[in-house]
Structure formats: C-alpha cells, structure tokens
Design a protein around this ligand. Structure first.
Ligand SMILES: NC(=O)c1ccc[n+]([C@@H]2O[C@H](COP(=O)([O-])OP(=O)(O)OC[C@H]3O[C@@H](n4cnc5c(N)ncnc54)[C@H](O)[C@@H]3O)[C@@H](O)[C@H]2O)c1
Length: 460
C-alpha cells in the first residue's frame, strides 16, 4: 500500500523521503524516463518504470536498455540485478508508489503544433490508479496550461479526487541534455511549479534528497512550463546566431571560434556574454520542436512571433550549407562530389550520443546519397535500427574501413572515438589532398592540417 507523501508535514515528508520508504513510479520509460528511473534506483529508491511498449518493459527487466546515454546501461543492469529497478506495462503498480513521475513524449504535429495525446492517455491511466496521498510530477515538455487545464482535470475526473486536497500535483520541466544526462540530473536545479504549496514542498524535498539538487519554486505549473520553453528557445536562437556569425566569419576568412571565445569574455548583466558553438545543424527531440511550441503559443495568443521561426529556419539551413562547403572544398582540389569517395563520421544528432531522432545529419547524408558519390558511413554510437532513421546504407563497422581511400572525411558528430585514432593514421588511409570537413568544430585545425588534410570547420 502506498505511503502517502502528499498532505504530510514537512518533517514527515523529510523522514519518508530520507528513509526512501516510498517507491517512485516513472510513467513513460523512454529516453528521459529511463535516465531518471535508473538514477533514482541507483540512489537507493525502489523504482518501477511503466510503459505502453512491451519491448521496453521486457528489455528493462532483462537489465538492458537501448537508450544510448553514456553510463546508463551499467546503471540499469546493476539496479535491475539488485531488484531496485523493474518495469511493467501494468498501471496498477502506481498504487504502490507514493511518487509518480510522468515523462511521456510530446511530439510536433504536421502543422508544427504540440501533440499531447500521450499526456492525455497517461493522465487517464494514472487517474485510474490514483490514491489519496500520491504526489504526481509531470516532466514532459508541454505548452503552458497543460498541467492545470488538461492533465489535472483528467486526473480528477477519472480518480474522483481533488488536486491540492487529496493528492499533490506539480510540473517540473526536465532540462537535462543528452550525452551528459546522468551528471546533469544530479546537478541542475529543478524548477517546481505546483498547484499548491504542499505539493511544491513535497516535490522540493524529494529532489533535494533523491538527486541532491536545489529547487527553484515558481508561482504555478504554467510558469514552470514556460521556463522549459524559454530555455530551449534561448539555446536554439543562440546557436542560430553563432551559425550566422560563422557564415560571416568564413567569408571574411577569420576563425569564428576565436571571435566567440574572445566575445564571451565580456561581462553582461550577472554573467558573461555566452555565444554557443556554430555547427552543421541543431537536432534531437527537444530543440527542433520546443521553439515551434512557442511559435504555436504565440499564434494562439494572437501574436506574430519572429524569433522561434527565425532560429528554426537558420538552424535548419545548416545541413545544406555544410554540403555546399564540401562541394566547394572538393572543387578546390579539382574533384567533383559525384566522382569522390566520402566518409561520413558520426550520424547521431550530437557528439557522444547514439540518438538519431530528428538529427540534422540526415539531410547531409541525403544530399550525399543523391549526389551519387561513393559513400561510407561510420558511427560507433549508433545501433542498427537507429541508423535506419538516417540512411538505408549499412554502416561501416570500423573507422579504418570507412575512411579507406576517401577524398573527404565529413565529421557530422564529433564522438570521442574519432579523437582516439591518430590523425596521421587517418591521413595514411585516405587519398592525397583529402578534405577534412569538421561539422562540429571538434578538432584542432592546426593538428588536422599538420597531418596533411585540407581542414575546414563551420566558420573556420
Ligand atoms: N530527450 C531529451 O533530451 C529530453 C530532454 C528534456 C525533456 N524532454 C521531454 O521529455 C519528454 C519525453 O522525452 P523522451 O525523449 O524520453 O521521449 P521518448 O519517446 O524516448 O519516451 C517516451 C516514452 O513514453 C512512452 N509512452 C507513451 N505513451 C504512454 C502512456 N500513455 N503511458 C506510458 N508510457 C507511454 C513511450 O512508449 C516512450 O517509451 C518529452 O516531452 C520531451 O520533450 C526530452
């Protein structure tokens, strides 16, 4: 039976949480749910992952995960083995857990609108199993008012209980970045927007003890929902600015990274200027959709916003720009793309992850496939099925075979493995005058040139 957490005094919640006497159910055991669930289990909590995909449930119960986050497989394996982590598709498991964290997906629709169908379905399933004393924490990225005007009414209607009276309810955006999610989960402050003060306090207590992070409590769920969108709009716009700066620097023959590094030394407000890195594109499940959530929100409020559309348009144009750079570089070597052999290194949407969801690398690979060039693709992080999101060409298993005889190496994800093979060895394997296009600016240009390559980065 559930050890109710909502409605208790601060001291009682503190004791309950410290003693880990209450279990945590994580509804939606995808990328984010698995990271959160596994880390909480690793910190000693009994965690039950609940997902509608039986394949995910079976995999977890075998101690495995296909979520390509560094360090996650080991944590899942260890915690399933010792019995702290398990998964099920049976929502009645909710009744046995005091805390329920919901992390189902919120994709973008065909008209760039947020699709919240999974939120509705999860609310119904959770509502059916809701008991007095539960604390429900929604973490999926959603437009403002989703918690209070969609999620809460369904929970209340289905359960017959009242939020803020019988059970606690809060929205806490998930702000971790793939590739460093485990570290960030235990270091980034949690933003808490709850329907009442007791829910907010219970939430803050949980995250303070469970993850060791402080909470920033905002007025209500809708403010917390807006925080997440503001974070991601800032990132997307900042990168868009870096990308346009990079294009300008490139034309002027200067190194955009030197410009950015020096520009970032200027204090402004309470921090320094912080221009992010230009790259061959912005991808992944969040940055490609959250600015559109803001755009859609603006439209629903009768506002014509420019920023989300602009940041998305600029960043979406980077794969074609990168392909254009490649054709120019080859032309400078007296080569055409169709007669060249190109080795693509990395197709994940960012460095050191195997996630290919909405990766900008797909568009570069598509252009290469259309060009008729000889193409080899290598990514040590991306597993078979995931690769099909990007290309039907089978991946080349080892880097040496992929780069063998290549006229150009195109780094689309700067995985750490690519830095482990000596540049001199890569140069030995490739054709003379080989182009090295560093789409992630992750290599030292001088070192690449010294190895004999024709180097080019984005804006350098
Ligand atoms: N991936 C990221 O880096 C990231 C970062 C921060 C926030 N977010 C947000 O977190 C949310 C989840 O993202 P994700 O990347 O983990 O998505 P995901 O698609 O990997 O995981 C969602 C999971 O929910 C499951 N699901 C769907 N409907 C369900 C239901 N009714 N009941 C139970 N399970 C259900 C799916 O089967 C899937 O396993 C999204 O709103 C996303 O925007 C993602």
């Amino acid at each position: 039976m559930v050890e109710g957490v909502f409605g208790r005094s601060d001291a009682e919640i503190d004791l309950l949480v410290r003693g880990m006497r209450s279990g945590i159910a994580v509804v939606g055991f995808g990328y984010i749910g698995t990271v959160i669930g596994a880390v909480l289990a690793d910190r000693g909590w009994p965690v039950t992952g609940i997902d509608v995909r039986q394949s995910v449930v079976d995999e977890i119960n075998l101690g495995k995960t296909t979520v390509p986050e560094p360090g996650l497989s080991e944590i899942v394996a260890n915690n399933v083995r010792v019995g702290r982590l398990r998964a099920t598709s049976d929502f009645t498991a909710i009744a046995d857990n005091g805390f329920v964290i919901v992390t189902v997906g919120t994709p973008l629709g065909p008209d760039y609108e947020p699709i919240v169908d999974d939120i509705e379905a999860a609310a119904r399933a959770v509502g059916k199993n809701l008991r007095k004393g539960h604390l429900i924490i929604l973490k999926s990225t959603v437009p403002p008012d989703t918690t209070e005007k969609l999620f809460k009414p369904i929970l209340e209607e289905v359960s017959g209980l009242t939020a803020g009276v019988d059970f606690g309810l809060a929205f806490c955006p998930e702000r971790i970045a793939e590739g460093q999610a485990i570290k960030e989960l235990t270091s980034i402050p949690i933003v808490v927007g709850a329907v009442d003060e007791l829910s907010a306090r219970a939430c803050s207590t949980l995250f303070r003890h469970a993850l060791g992070v402080e909470s920033i409590v905002v007025d209500d769920p809708r403010t917390a929902e807006m925080v997440k969108l503001a974070d991601n709009l800032w990132i997307d716009l900042n990168v868009a600015m870096a990308n346009e700066m990079a294009k300008v620097c490139d034309r002027l023959g200067m190194d955009a990274l030197q410009v950015i590094h020096a520009a970032n030394s200027m204090p402004k407000g309470s921090h320094n200027v912080n221009i992010l890195m230009p790259s061959m594109g912005v991808g992944g499940y969040c940055l490609t959709k959250d600015p559109w959530f803001v755009n859609h929100l603006g439209e629903s409020l009768g506002l014509e916003l420019s920023i989300p559309r602009t940041s998305r348009t600029v960043n979406d144009a980077m794969p074609a720009y990168t392909y254009g750079l490649l054709t120019e570089l080859l032309a400078d070597q007296g080569k055409t793309i169709e007669a060249s052999k190109i080795a693509v290194l990395g197709i994940a949407f960012k460095n050191n992850t195997g996630d290919c969801r909405l990766t900008p690398t797909k568009y570069v690979v598509e252009l290469l496939e259309e060009s008729g060039c000889g193409l080899a693709i290598h990514d040590p992080w991306v597993m078979g099925e995931e690769a099909h999101m990007v290309t039907k060409i089978p991946l080349t298993a080892d880097i040496e075979s992929a780069v063998n005889g290549a006229d150009a190496l195109v780094v689309l994800a700067g995985h750490r493995e690519f830095h482990q093979i000596p540049l001199a060895r890569l140069a030995e394997l490739t054709a003379g005058g080989c182009v090295f296009l560093d789409g992630r600016n992750s290599f030292d240009p001088a070192a690449v040139r010294a190895a004999g390559f024709v180097y080019k980065g984005i804006g350098r």
